[in-house]
Design a protein around this ligand. Structure first.
Ligand code: ADP
Length: 347
């Protein structure tokens, strides 16, 4: 049974803006799903509809075995973790974590036990008597997590929970949240604009663009076989190289360079996608590139140049020689993605 099920869920704000086009997907019990896309694509609206913080304009939302369209947020058995933590500044960590339970008239001894368990899990034992102002950003984020955990929800909802943290702490919290979710096995929906967060945390990723779902898949599926040119360029840094090509003489060509054999007889334009790391420098390779610039990135290098008159980037290891000028290269097998020119849909 799906833990969460959306059928044609859509949102039109009173201003007339259609923030979410009708969307359908199921989230099985225990899965970690990440909604990712650029700012304004509708991911927070989608999450807030699941949370009950935003009215659903159209469609049916099921959590567990109940239709919850008209169920109050407090009665949906969910816990939400926000970007701004929303901690009470005048309360200690202990009180912050237990506050929601106290509000629900849970006996003090039970609250105490649950707070202790959460605190141990989150390494907060030494901070229980501090106020939020006496904590680091990462610790505050953990308190917010603690408050969600003690409620034993059937569903965690995360709204960009790491965007206020610096890059190093973000990496660390990413791992902590993912490990915690695995351990607790609670179904989770996580919103971010950061494709790295999506790739590293998700069991499945839902890529959104302009209110629509572009693709749903595992990180590997979304990365290796993007459904659209939008997904190809949004997921991955640097993005997939997208080049104008054409079918000609039994090959897909970029300029005069054949990048892939196809049944002869096919003609017309096509958009060619190749990931930068799938191009390998090779003195005897069939491809000829012209490298204009080398970008040093420490563990690896990015070579920027052109192939058949179209821009291309190549990702190489830090030990490979520095190239500018002509570079021969070969492609790894089965790495070319083809998209319909115009619609951008994968062929
Ligand atoms: P994201 O989370 O992907 O950045 P949002 O879901 O916040 O996107 O917003 C999607 C679209 O809906 C945007 O065009 C935004 O301006 C609009 N929007 C968001 N909230 C409201 C609101 N309360 N009233 C009207 N329009 C809104």
């Amino acid at each position: 049974m799906a833990q969460v099920s959306l059928s044609n869920i859509a949102k039109v704000y009173p201003t007339g803006i259609q923030a979410v086009q009708p969307a359908s997907f199921d989230i099985p019990d225990g899965e970690f799903v990440v909604l990712v896309g650029p700012s304004g694509c509708g991911k927070s609206t989608m999450l807030r509809m699941i949370a009950g913080l935003e009215e659903i304009s159209e469609g049916t939302l099921v959590i567990g075995d109940r239709i919850v369209n008209d169920v109050d947020p407090a009665d949906r058995d969910i816990a939400m973790v926000f970007q701004n933590y929303a901690l009470y500044p005048h309360m200690t960590v202990r009180k912050n974590i237990g506050y929601g339970l106290k509000n629900r008239k849970i006996p003090a001894a039970v609250i105490d036990e649950k707070v202790k368990a959460a605190s141990a899990m989150l390494n907060l034992d030494d901070y229980l008597d501090r106020k939020p102002s006496q904590l680091s950003g990462g610790q505050r984020q953990r308190v917010a997590m603690g408050r969600a955990i003690v409620r034993d929800p059937t569903l965690f909802l995360f709204d960009e929970p790491l965007s206020n943290l610096d890059a190093k702490l973000r990496n660390q919290m990413r791992i902590e949240i993912k490990a915690l979710q695995r351990r607790l096995g609670v179904t989770s929906v996580y919103v971010t604009h950061d494709q790295v967060e999506a790739m590293t945390m998700a069991d499945r990723i839902i890529v959104m663009n302009a209110g629509r779902i572009e693709q749903i898949g595992t990180p590997a599926e979304v990365y290796n076989t993007p459904a659209t040119t939008f997904v190809a360029s949004f997921m991955g840094a640097p993005p997939m190289n997208l080049m104008e090509g054409r079918f000609e003489g039994g090959a897909v060509r970029v300029g005069d360079v054949a990048v892939m054999a196809v049944p002869s007889g096919q003609t017309g334009k096509v958009t060619v996608g190749i990931r930068p790391e799938d191009i390998v420098p090779d003195a005897n390779g069939p491809l000829e590139l012209d490298i204009a610039l080398v970008e040093e990135l420490g563990a690896h290098r990015l070579l920027h140049g052109a192939i058949g008159g179209q821009q291309i980037s190549v990702h190489v290891g830090k030990d490979s020689p520095v190239f500018t000028g002509a570079l021969r290269a070969t492609l790894k097998p089965n790495v070319v993605s083809l998209f319909a020119t115009g619609t951008g849909h994968r062929l």
